[in-house]
Every structure is written in structure tokens, then in C-alpha cells.
Design a protein around this ligand. Structure first.
Ligand code: ZN
Length: 240
């Protein structure tokens, strides 16, 4: 099977459409989503509807969780909170209900999906260090886990030791276990503004981190036109 794994879309329809066009060319059998479909940018309904239609497995991100009243908005910084309050007014009821129905952890074809970490996923802790990754591996009951949340694509590995790799292609055919952060479609934060997602080919034993240039100018204009915080637009140009 060939999978595309997307996440941290954050209502950026321009980036999502560009990634979907690339996914089309990648001949994938299935699309999976690690959450944070809404927040920050200007097209929440369209993004939710696309993920609803196209993804075979979706987990809830912290922005989706906050928007649907499952955690306090005090958790978020002012610019994220303002965007969530705006999104709350825009989102159609059925899209909100669907977001609210998403699980924090899901299993799909022997892989695990969670937005942040499988270790107390409701706390939305980041996996940023080897120590964080080691804790997360203790809660991974299969070979491969997919995550998002930090918006930084990274592959954590566990065999004798826990290690990490910042690469665009990775061999997944070894017996080591993997926690793969697929990066962010709609708001990359690794100083590379290109939209990011992952492709897994389990027959070939390969994982690819894909980067796609999209019309950042258009996405930023949508954010400003909607009256959303300017910083949410400006950061897209910088990839941070
Ligand atoms: Zn996010």
C-alpha cells in the first residue's frame, strides 16, 4: 500500500490544494490525517470538508479539540486563540460535529496515528527530545506511529537506542520502530515555507517527506482579508 499522511493543515486551503495535487501524482491508495485541520488561517470549512471526504483515518489535533470545546482556549497563545474564536463563528454545525467526533488516537492497517504523542495524548505534549521520544515509544504498540503538532518533519527511531533523522527519504524496512512527524501542510515551522507531508510505501519499505511550493502570497491575503491576526499571515513566508 502507498499512503499519504497529512496534518497541521490549519485552514490553509491554498496549501492543502497544492498538496492534494501532488498526492494525485504520487498514486497513493489511501490518505491519513494526523489532525489540526483548523486554526490560524481563513478556510476552515473547505479544509474540513476535503479531509472528511478524502481521508480514510483522521485523529483530532489540539486546535480541533479546543475549537470543539474539549479543552480550554487558555492553552493557546493570543493569535491562535483569536483565530479559533473566529473559526468558531465560521464553521458549519456538521463540520464542527465531525471534528468533535474525531478520536485522539487511531489505528489503521497496523499503524498508529496521534496528533501529539501516544503518551497521554489529551495533554498534547510535544515530542522534541530523545527523552520525549523514548516515553512515546513506550506507548507505541506497533512498528510505525505517525504524529504532527510541532510542524517540523522528523523521524524518531528505536532499536537499541532512540535516535532521530531529519531526512527526505528513509528506509522503513528494518525492524526498528518509528515515530514519524509528517510536518505541516499549512504552516511549516522549520524555516522552509513549502507545504510538507509524507508518503509511505510499505511494499517498497520507503518513507518520503515531500515539500511543495505553493502560493503563500494568496494564502496570506486570505488571512488578512478575513481580519485574522497579521502574524498568522506573515509567518507563512518565513516558515516559522
Ligand atoms: Zn498544529
Amino acid at each position: 500500500m502507498r499512503y499519504a499522511i497529512i496534518g497541521d493543515i490549519h485552514s490553509n486551503l491554498t496549501a492543502l490544494e497544492c498538496v492534494l495535487a501532488d498526492i494525485e501524482e504520487q498514486n497513493v491508495d489511501s490518505i491519513l490525517c494526523v489532525g489540526d485541520i483548523v486554526g490560524y488561517a481563513a478556510d476552515p470549512n473547505e479544509c474540513v470538508e476535503i479531509v472528511r471526504e478524502k481521508a480514510d483515518c483522521v485523529v483530532c489535533g489540539n486546535h480541533d479539540y479546543g475549537l470543539t470545546g474539549q479543552m480550554t482556549l487558555d492553552y493557546f497563545n493570543a493569535d491562535a486563540r483569536d483565530a479559533l474564536l473566529w473559526t468558531e463563528e465560521q464553521l458549519y454545525d456538521d463540520n464542527r460535529e465531525w471534528l468533535k467526533s474525531l478520536p485522539l488516537v487511531a489505528r489503521h492497517n497496523g499503524m498508529l496515528l496521534t496528533h501529539s504523542t501516544p503518551c497521554h495524548p489529551e495533554d498534547f505534549d510535544y515530542i522534541q527530545t530523545i527523552y520525549d521520544a523514548r516515553l512515546a515509544f513506550e506507548h507505541l504498540d506497533c512498528q510505525i506511529g505517525f504524529i504532527g503538532h510541532s510542524h517540523i518533519p522528523v523521524i524518531f527511531t528505536e532499536d537499541e537506542y532512540v535516535d532521530y533523522y531529519l531526512v527526505e527519504e528513509f528506509d522503513v524496512s528494518y525492524n526498528q520502530r518509528l515515530i514519524i512527524n509528517v510536518g505541516s501542510v499549512g504552516q511549516p515551522r522549520d524555516l522552509d515555507p513549502r507545504a510538507c507531508y509524507a508518503v509511505l510505501d510499505d511494499a517498497e519499505g520507503k518513507l518520503f517527506i515531500r515539500r511543495k511550493e505553493y502560493d503563500v502570497e494568496a494564502a496570506a491575503s486570505r488571512i488578512l482579508e478575513a481580519g485574522l491576526p497579521e502574524v498568522n499571515a506573515n509567518r507563512l513566508f518565513l516558515g516559522r
